[in-house]
Design a protein around this ligand. Structure first.
Ligand code: CTP
Length: 406
């Protein structure tokens, strides 16, 4: 543990700009689908769009304030904070008026100011009456935006508000989500899958003030949770003691001891397709935990009882379509051989062997080791980020899942 807050890579924050067209109501579904895909959404509705969908709806759906002007929260300098944190700006629906403002580089509300202040890619999803879409002013504005690198989707042909029919319809949500995925370069190879990750170290209590613990920071497990989430999985983290972190979009169950971790895994495992046992589970606990602080004169020896092997237990009873990834910490010379023995004895499908010779890795952002599994060539890592290892583990886990699920 280093005590330093765990920072996750960027790539998940979307600013959803909503401008004033009837299709604003369809943007509610778009927001939900983007959240399902692991994105975090901050909505910036234009003032006129609030006539179609109110601020309360956006705030309830996104869990974040949905401001329209720079004057609502001047202390936060909203346009700059939204511009800085956005990995992608999606304007859906984009009216002819909003596109005209963007083409001119105007900045008279929070949305246009944010676009002007941000370096993030912008996806524009127009929806309007055919006469407005086909007006030469709009055609020219779209050309300007495209020439500046904005991605402007073509609206669809179909029924519009009132009795009108023609080009100008808001595209199907799935089409917009696909466009967002390709712009954000996310690959959803774990879509529809549920992944359970244990992270951090357990603490085994000796008395009310002392415990047996370990150096685990939870960084590797949380990197795996993040990468699984980015790959479209629903993720639950069972966290022992870790460095501080905030990872929106995952369910977190906090535990203290190995026995608590065991019963949390028991409660969750059957709902999941994969279990990643990154946690450093204490192999033993004090046979009895004293109710009062033990005097130092009585602290000569501590009787220990072995903890259950969580990975081993669930590897024995897992369904044939579930996959288990284990971890090992080794100081052996032949990491791969030691890892293979552990993989087989524990019954894991994949195992990442950390090279912890010299106390390396704990609390660090970088790691060295090998990912092994029966039927795959070992994949070796030498001083790479824990996110790089996590990405490879998630890809290999997805391949195993594909195999066992036919
Ligand atoms: N593990 C577990 N339950 C335990 C102990 C460990 O599920 N009581 C899991 C860990 O989360 C990890 C793997 O088993 O995925 C580590 O196995 P372990 O045999 O404890 O390996 P090492 O920590 O390398 O320990 P040692 O070689 O000392 O046995």
């Amino acid at each position: 543990m280093s005590g330093e807050k765990i920072i996750f890579p960027k790539g998940r924050q979307i600013v959803l700009g909503v401008s004033g067209g009837i299709a604003a109501y369809k943007a509610c579904d778009l927001l939900r689908r983007l959240q399902d895909t692991g994105f975090l959404i901050r909505v910036i509705p234009t003032q006129s769009s609030l006539n179609f969908v109110g601020r309360a709806t956006w705030e309830a759906l996104s869990g974040q304030p949905a401001l329209s002007t720079v004057w609502e929260n001047p202390a936060e300098v909203s346009h700059l904070s939204a511009a800085d944190t956005a990995d992608l700006i999606v304007i859906a629906p984009a009216t002819a008026d909003t596109m005209a403002k963007l083409a001119q580089g105007r900045a008279d509300d929070l949305l246009t100011t944010t676009v002007l202040a941000s370096n993030a890619p912008v996806l524009v999803v127009p929806a309007m009456h055919p006469n407005m879409w086909l007006n030469s002013a709009t055609i020219h504005n779209v050309e300007i935006l495209r020439s500046r690198g904005f991605t402007v989707m073509d609206p669809e042909v179909g029924r519009l508000s009132g009795k009108d029919f023609g080009v100008g319809r808001f595209p199907e949500t799935a089409k917009i989500v696909n466009e967002v995925l390709s712009l954000s370069k996310a690959e959803l190879f774990l879509e529809g899958k549920r992944v359970l990750v244990t992270a951090g170290g357990t603490r085994e209590e000796i008395d009310p003030v002392r415990y047996i613990g370990n150096k685990s920071s939870g960084r590797q497990g949380l990197a795996i949770a993040y990468e699984a989430l980015r790959s479209g999985a629903e993720v639950t983290v069972i966290a022992g003691h870790t460095d501080p972190f905030e990872l929106e979009g995952v369910e977190v169950i906090k535990v203290n001891t190995a026995l608590e971790m065991m019963s949390a895994v028991e409660g969750e495992f059957h709902k999941n397709d994969a279990l990643v046992m990154t946690a450093a589970v204490a192999d033993a606990r004090p046979t009895s935990s004293a109710a009062t602080k033990i005097k130092k004169s009585e602290l000569e020896t501590i009787d220990l009882t072995a903890n259950p092997d969580i990975l081993g237990k669930f590897a024995e009873s897992k369904r044939s379509n579930q996959v288990i990834v284990g971890f090992a910490a080794e100081t052996e010379r032949d990491l791969i051989q030691a890892g293979l023995e552990k993989l087989i004895s524990k019954g894991a499908d994949l195992l990442y062997v950390n090279d912890v010779s010299g106390g390396a890795i704990f609390g660090q952002n970088e790691t060295s080791g090998s990912l092994i599994g029966l039927g795959i060539e070992p994949i070796n890592f030498n001083n790479v980020s824990k996110h790089e290892v996590a990405k490879t583990i998630v890809i290999q886990m997805a391949k195993k899942l594909e195999k066992v699920n036919g």
